[in-house]
Design a protein around this ligand. Structure first.
Ligand code: G6Q
Length: 553
């Protein structure tokens, strides 16, 4: 048992993963089912495709094409139960400091709580400040959209450039792409994140500074990339507006928890939008970090998105574990990760607007659950964290699906599709969805020697063309891509990552590895920039690379 105290908040007294009774049962059960084939499972139970499904909030989750039986699901849900999941869900929703290594509450759910909800952090209800910030954002976004907020020279704002990185970039960018069809057409939204100047140059290429608003997003206001890009943006703007430094007042707003830092940079605190240390960066795009998105889609649509988030929060908090969508996705992930030894999972949205969704999930899952110690700080003896990757269908089919169909690796896939088309042009949507369905069918059932022979395939070619099948997939069918359904979808995966973390017994809400990366470059930068040859004390490889770069820069 982990100790009750880790020098900070208490950690739940739950046995380590491998010591939970359901884990041992699952290990035995795995030996019985590992060789089972989906074809047989479907053959034995003609209702399987109806039985192994769950539906809620307009989402239909079909997990029947996974290498599981009802017994597997029962044991996996029991494992979640034995991990203390119900208590941990309550702990998160009620503001307990479940981010143990940073001793913080984890309250992205408060960002979408209704106005009259009460969520206490240190005895203080945080919901009113959430709504105050939303109102402030709504007021500002409306003024930019309807032209009451003008640039320094009196021109209307036509371009919004979001400057931020990681959690302060991926969320708003993904959601803007996802909801582009709902965005104001005469307002362009662009994103700058990389320290590489090419990013800034391309994002601002062709823009008129007099019509451009920069939204600088940084929770800490200490992030090298964001502050460097913000300074470059300020220089670009001042130069473009005839050197008038005071011009920045109408062209820069900030989103941060660090008021002092923002003021020091020269942004009027009146143009600063707050969020709080109980919101993790990768869980923050429904806070003020979504300001640029709100400017693009409008406050009403943004609130619809929050309604979607909230509906999934409620579902997650109240639905029985065996019908709880985030729980089902999470236990399946644990099944493949910890029993089949799968290292990666593909997420394949069949919607072009969700092009950035896999990249967004990559951070959500990999930063949350890429951890090697449990809540008590002890090294874990099992795999955590999945590698998430993917591309929207059908493009991926013509690229990497080959390896999923016929390669040697097991890659469970989530297929995400929408029943109603946003653009009902010709046959496009039916063709798109036919591809989604066909892929899940092909991955599950493959193509056998007999089928190939019957189709007249030359015998010598058959081994190359056989598709084994038995490749697991989960299909998520959603009515339509709207702000509300996007909110539900994101919350679904947020809570999935949380459940996995609870089962693995890790802190899904810190990111010390990212912090280390932030420190390291600070030491090398002066060595690259120094006019005199610096004395280098790195390893021989790093020393030589620095010397070569200095010679050629
Ligand atoms: C997210 C991470 C990380 C963070 C960025 C930007 O959960 O903490 O991706 O969002 O490093 O940090 P700032 O918002 O503080 O600039």
């Amino acid at each position: 048992m982990p100790p009750e105290e880790v020098g900070g908040p208490s950690v739940p007294a739950v046995p380590s993963l491998e010591d939970r009774p359901a884990f041992a049962e699952l290990q035995e059960h795995f030996q019985e089912v590992r060789e089972l084939r989906l074809k047989e499972l479907f053959g034995q139970d003609p209702q399987r495709g109806v039985a192994l499904t769950a539906a809620a909030l307009g989402f239909y989750l079909d997990y029947s094409k996974n290498r599981v039986t009802s017994e597997t699901m029962r044991l996996l849900v029991r494992l979640a139960q034995e991990s203390g999941l119900p208590e941990r869900i309550e702990a998160m929703f009620s503001g307990a400091r479940i981010n143990v290594s940073e001793q913080r509450s984890v309250l992205h759910v408060a960002l979408r709580a209704p106005r009259d909800a009460v969520i206490l952090v240190d005895g203080h209800n945080v919901v009113p400040q959430v709504h105050q910030a939303l109102d402030q954002m709504g007021d500002f976004a409306t003024r930019v959209r309807d032209g009451r907020w003008l640039g320094h020279t009196g021109k209307r704002i036509r371009n919004v450039v979001n400057i931020g990185i990681g959690g302060s970039d991926l969320g708003p960018m993904m959601a803007y792409e996802a909801l582009r069809d709902y965005a104001k057409v005469d307002l362009a939204l662009r994103f700058v994140s990389n320290i590489d100047a090419s990013d800034f140059v391309e994002a601002t290429r062709g823009l008129d500074p007099a019509e451009t608003l920069f939204v600088v997003c940084s929770k800490s206001w200490h992030t090298l990339e964001t502050l460097t890009n913000a300074e470059t943006a300020r220089d670009w703007l001042v130069a473009g507006l005839g050197g008038e430094r005071q011009a920045t007042a109408r062209h820069f707003v900030a989103v941060s928890t660090n008021q002092e830092g923002v003021a020091e940079f020269g942004i009027d605190p009146a143009n600063m939008f707050p969020f709080w240390d109980w919101v993790g960066g990768r869980y923050s795009y429904d806070s003020a970090i979504g300001l640029s998105l709100m400017i693009a889609i409008g406050p009403e649509r943004f609130r619809e998105m929050l309604v979607g988030f909230r509906a999934m929060d409620e579902h997650f908090r109240t639905a029985p574990l065996e019908r709880n969508l985030p729980v089902l996705l999470a236990v399946l992930a644990v099944w493949y990760n910890n029993f089949f030894g799968a290292e990666t999972q593909a997420v394949l949205p069949y919607d072009h607007y969700l092009g950035r969704f896999p990249a967004y999930l990559q951070q959500l899952e990999m930063e949350s659950n890429g951890k090697h110690v449990d809540l008590a700080g002890r090294t874990v003896g099992y795999q955590t964290g999945q590698i998430i990757w993917g591309q929207p269908g059908t493009n991926g089919q013509h690229a990497f699906y080959q390896l999923i169909h016929q390669g040697t690796k097991l890659i469970p896939c989530d297929f995400i599709g929408f029943c109603e088309a946003l653009h009902p042009l010709g046959r496009h949507h039916d063709l798109l969805m036919a591809n989604l369905l066909a892929q899940t069918e092909a991955l599950a059932f493959g193509r056998t020697v007999e089928e190939l022979t019957a189709a007249g395939t030359p015998e010598w070619q058959i081994p190359f063309r056989v598709c084994d099948g038995n490749r697991p997939t989960t299909t998520i069918l959603i009515d339509r891509l709207t702000p509300e359904s996007l909110g539900k979808l994101v919350a679904l995966y947020e809570h999935k990552a949380f459940v996995e973390g609870v089962i693995w017994g890790i802190d899904s809400f810190d990111q010390w590895g990212v912090e280390l990366g932030k420190l390291l470059a600070d030491r090398i930068t002066p060595e690259l920039e120094s006019r005199l040859d610096p004395s280098l004390e790195h390893d021989s490889s790093t020393n030589e690379l620095i010397r070569r770069y200095r010679r050629l820069r």
